[in-house]
Design a protein around this ligand. Structure first.
Ligand code: AMP
Ligand code: MG
Length: 438
């Protein structure tokens, strides 16, 4: 029905950038509601609640509480020496040093006296009096003496011979050489991945403030939808969008609280809407927004604060967005075809959600790629195709432009952009692409 009620001539048509901007403005007020959560830097807790740590973004700067490394330590298994002792060492006139007690990682050695060398293991503190490490392979003999033979009190300690001088600082990992106490360890807006959690732990930071997640409800509409595990009746299909969007949202740190597939019955849809409490920061729907009959999302929400527009994009042309008049809840509506729904997410929601989460390096990696084949595109639309890099460095398109080709999408690593105004491209042309496989 709906399209018939709005003459095509006055139907709002937007560019991709314009619609993304509309979504950004719609969701901007959420930023004020997203405070910070404190999250423990605890491997044990991470292993019990892995999802708590997915896609998190720092809500404040974190200052380094200690130097890293915390003390001068050895980069090699070898001998800690005073470089002055080896000044005159050569192949013809090796310098013999008495061998002191072992210094394993985790213990501190005694101060080194001149004329002595201390067997030191990687990561062990360099003792006072030593300023360099000579790797064990460069010493004669090129192996450590048994611990028992080198106690500090040995009457006749063994000797190790050195055949060349060593520069002060050799194989010494200086205290604070990675980061100094008091400097900025991680800045507000940093997305916390493995290395970031690692350096927080290395610094002994026990908790960090992270942005609270945006709580999202995903409603997939369609009378034909069944869940995996159900029996498919005639004309029915499995619901792909609920799963795909739930994961896509989680990957950018959103918290999908409710996910439901509802029929095209406006009353059932309205009941679902009414059941959403203040727990939901954002409602995302799929399906029911095109020009057919049974367009439940459009029929129910068009008079309730949501604007339905055409975006000059393929796939993903029919879009809707707005705040529900009675509750103020922001709603973004995607078309039902699974490729349209996912691409709509990539283009309109993902960058906005990442920005909201305060992430600084937010967007998909953008590449300039060379096409391996020819393709056509509706000239008035920005077309987004799926592709993958071939061994020769060129990009092949996977599947056609059809928005039902979800398996082809799943085999792709790139979204390839053919801008509006271009009707055809040929092999060898260069285009913008986004990496979707990282
Ligand atoms: P609609 O936007 O509701 O007109 O749906 C467009 C096409 O996408 C139809 O072929 C639907 O069956 C299909 N579709 C809608 N929702 C889903 C879904 N959640 N999972 C898989 N296919 C869907
Ligand atoms: Mg439908």
């Amino acid at each position: 029905m709906s399209d018939g009620m709005v003459p095509t001539s006055v139907r709002v048509v937007r560019s991709v950038d314009e619609h993304r901007e509309v979504v950004r403005v719609l969701l901007a007020p959420l930023a004020a509601r997203l405070g910070a959560d404190e999250l423990a830097v605890s491997a044990e807790r991470m292993s019990r609640h892995p999802h708590d740590y997915d896609g998190r973004v720092l809500a404040a700067d974190v200052t380094a509480p200690i130097d890293l490394p915390p003390f001068d330590n050895s980069q090699m298994d070898g001998y800690a020496v005073a470089s002055d002792d080896l000044m005159d060492a050569s192949g013809e006139r090796p310098v013999a040093l008495r061998v002191a007690a072992h210094i394993p990682a985790g213990s501190t050695g005694r101060p080194l006296e001149r004329g002595w060398a201390a067997p030191i293991m990687t990561g062990a503190p360099i003792p006072d009096g030593a300023d360099a490490v000579v790797p064990i392979e460069q010493v004669d003999p090129p192996r450590f003496f048994p611990d028992a033979d080198v106690s500090q009190h040995a009457v006749a300690p063994p000797v190790a011979r050195f055949t060349r001088p060593v520069a002060p600082g050799t194989y010494r990992r200086a205290r604070g050489s990675d980061i100094a106490a008091g400097s900025l360890l991680l800045a507000v807006g940093t997305r916390l991945g493995a290395a970031q959690w690692g350096v927080l732990a290395a610094s002994g930071v026990a908790t960090v403030p992270v942005r609270r997640r945006v709580r999202v409800t995903v409603l997939s509409t369609g009378h034909e939808l069944r869940q995996p595990g159900d029996e498919l009746g005639p004309g029915q299909i499995f619901d792909a969008n609920s799963a795909a969007l739930t994961r896509a949202l989680a990957e950018v740190g959103a918290d999908v609280r409710t996910v439901a597939a509802v029929s095209d019955d406006p009353e059932a849809f309205s009941r679902q809407l009414a059941a959403l409490g203040a727990e939901t920061d954002l409602l995302v729907t799929t399906g029911g927004v095109s020009a057919g009959a049974y367009e439940v999302v459009r029929e129910t929400l068009a008079g309730a604060g949501v604007d339905f527009v055409g975006v000059r994009m393929q796939p993903g042309g029919p879009q809707g967005s707005g705040a529900l008049r009675d509750t103020g809840m922001p709603v973004v509506t995607f078309p039902g075809n699974p490729v349209s729904a996912l691409i709509s997410f990539e283009v309109f929601l993902r960058p906005v959600l990442l920005e909201l989460a305060g992430a600084r390096a937010s967007d998909r990696q953008r590449l300039r790629v060379t096409l391996a084949e020819d393709a056509t595109s509706p000239v008035e639309k920005h077309q987004i195709r799926r592709g993958r890099l071939r061994e020769d460095g060129r990009v092949e398109l996977i599947g056609g432009p059809g928005s039902h080709l979800l398996h082809a999408y799943a085999a792709s690593a790139l979204l390839v952009h053919i801008p509006a105004g271009v009707a055809s491209v040929t092999a060898g042309d260069t285009l913008d692409a986004w990496r979707i496989d990282d």
